[in-house]
Structures are given as C-alpha cells and as structure tokens.
Ligand binder design. Structure first.
Ligand code: CP
Length: 308
C-alpha cells in the first residue's frame, strides 16, 4: 500500500524509532546513503514560505543521489490561476516519485494524498500539523538527552496556531512519563481539541501557566515558538502579543544546567541572540538534524512505494 506522511500519528512508535535510527546512521555513515535514490525525483510543492523545510528536503534528496523540482510559492504555480490541490498533485505525480507539500490550508496535504499516485509528505498545513518538524524534534531530543521518555517539556509562545507544537505533543504524549508545561498567554493557549483529544485522552500530566520564570527550573526541554504574524486576523492583537516571551540569559540562569533550548525556527524576538552562545541552545543543531531525518523518511517512503 502507498504510504504517505500526513500526521505524525501515521507512524507507529516503532517506525519513528527506526527512522531516528536510520537518521543517526546517515549522520555516522553519509557515504553509505549517497546512491539510494539515484534516478528518483522529489517535488517540493510549497504554497507557503519556507527556508528550513523546503531546503532541507531538497538537500536530503540530493544527498541521497536523487533530483528535485518544484515551486516555492503559490504565485509561481498554476494555483494562482485557480488550479485545485487535487489536480496539481495528480499532474505532479506524473513528473516526480515523491512529493513534499506545504499549504496554508489545514488538510490540503491530506486532500493531495487522496489524488496522488506517489507518496505525499505534509511539510506543514496551516495551524494544524508539521510531522517532519516533529521527527526533527524527536531526533534532536534523543540525541541531546539520550531518551524520549521521563522528561519535563515546556512549550512556550503560540500554542494555539503553532503546528509544530500540536504535532510534537501528539508524538511525545505516546512516550512514558512526559510532563508538559504549557506556557502561553490566554489568547494563545493550546486548542481544546489537542488538550481533550490528545493530552486528556492519553492521561498525560500537564499544567497551563502564563509566566515562564516560575517554571524554568523544572524543565528538561524548553521548546520556544514564534508568535506567527501570518495566522492573525487582527494586526493589533499580533503587536500586543508578539513579545510576550523573550528568553534571555537572565531567564536562562534560572534553568537546569542540562536544559535543552529548542525552537523550530524561524525566530524573531523570542530568543535573544546572546542565548545562541550557551551550550544549552540546540536550535541550530535541531535545524541540521532536519535534513538527516528527512533523508531517512524519503528513503522509507520510496521503499514502501516500490513494494506497493
Ligand atoms: N521550522 C520550519 O518549518 O521552518 P521553515 O518555515 O523555514 O520551513
């Protein structure tokens, strides 16, 4: 059967573990993977801006020996003439062996998967999900901490629209003894559907707070997020909320010596550049990990397509 990756829950814990093992092996032995996608093409269909996700997907395919094609905005594709996602994906399936799609509308990659003849990877859909960022985050946590269980994880900033947060919670809530500390202003709290259908259904330990300083000392991981201007209908609300949390060296001094500070990036103001020099800042290592885990994923989905 053709496998897609639309939601992180499309992967079992065992499959996630195997993907992270492959990513670790690629990091250790890149030459062993340099031909595994020879003759294959990845199409990157990005209807919304991106730096890390699109370029790391493209670098991943090139380092596997394959080729890439695609577009980086809706304006430069026939979506600007009114073409549907279904038709776009049907046509691109004739040109490429696998597709990574980012779209501002929640559910667009799932629609694409219903019409594609090749695997579709959700590279971020609106405020919904970002499963390959989650694989990146899980690889980073495992490499930094040596485990994916028994952790207190602080998620800070825009928990309402933050698709990276929604996917990461869906993934980490499946591991043992994860405690979530949800740090957000009232207006940007985690949506009820994530609280109810994920955290409460799975019996996870969580707390919601508005201030970061009092909880800093409890955290093993602090996952900072940007307040996303593009998700607000009202600019005044964005301006009022955008600098609610700024992690600086003073706040970091309240944290454990082995805290890992993560961020999916891009950052705006929410982490001071002085924090970049602290060994606990792992967000640039995290961005690097994204390429390796996407290499592992492309390899897995193309192998599954061959067997389908
Ligand atoms: N983390 C992430 O999705 O970054 P881009 O928007 O640059 O792809």
């Amino acid at each position: 059967m053709l496998r897609h990756l639309i939601d992180i829950e499309d992967l079992s814990i065992e499959e996630i573990s195997a993907l992270l093992d492959t990513a670790d092996d690629i990091i250790a032995n890149p030459a062993a993977y340099s031909e595994v996608c020879r003759g294959k093409k990845l199409a990157t269909l990005f209807f919304e801006p991106s730096t890390r996700t699109r370029l790391s997907f493209e670098a991943a395919m090139m380092e596997l020996g394959g080729n890439v094609l695609g577009f980086s905005s809706a304006d430069t594709s026939s979506a600007s003439k009114g073409e549907s996602v279904a038709d776009t994906v049907r046509v691109v399936s004739c040109y490429a062996d696998i597709i990574a799609m980012r779209h501002p509308k929640e559910g667009a990659p799932m629609v694409g998967a219903q019409f594609a003849d090749v695997p579709i990877i959700n590279a971020g859909d609106g405020g919904h999900n970002h499963p390959t960022q989650t694989l990146t985050d899980l690889l980073t946590i495992r490499r930094e901490k040596g485990r994916l269980d028994k952790l207190t994880v602080g998620l800070c900033g825009d928990l309402k629209f933050g698709r990276t947060v929604h996917s990461l919670i869906a993934a980490l809530s499946r591991y043992e003894n994860i405690r979530f500390v949800l740090i957000a202003p009232e207006e940007l709290r985690l949506p009820q559907y994530v609280l109810r259908d994920v955290l409460e259904r799975r019996g996870c330990d969580y707390v919601e707070v508005e201030e970061m300083e009092p909880v800093m000392g409890e955290l093993d991981i602090l996952y900072m997020t940007r307040v996303q201007k593009e998700r607000f209908f009202n600019e005044a609300d964005y301006i009022r909320l955008k600098d609610t949390y700024i992690l600086d060296t003073e706040k970091l001094s309240l944290a454990k010596p082995d805290l890992s500070v993560m961020h999916p990036l891009p950052r705006v103001n929410e982490i001071s550049v002085q924090v970049d020099n602290d060994p606990r800042a792992c967000y640039f290592r995290q961005a690097r990990n994204g390429k390796y885990v996407r290499m592992a994923l492309i390899k897995k989905l193309l192998e599954a397509a061959k067997e389908a």
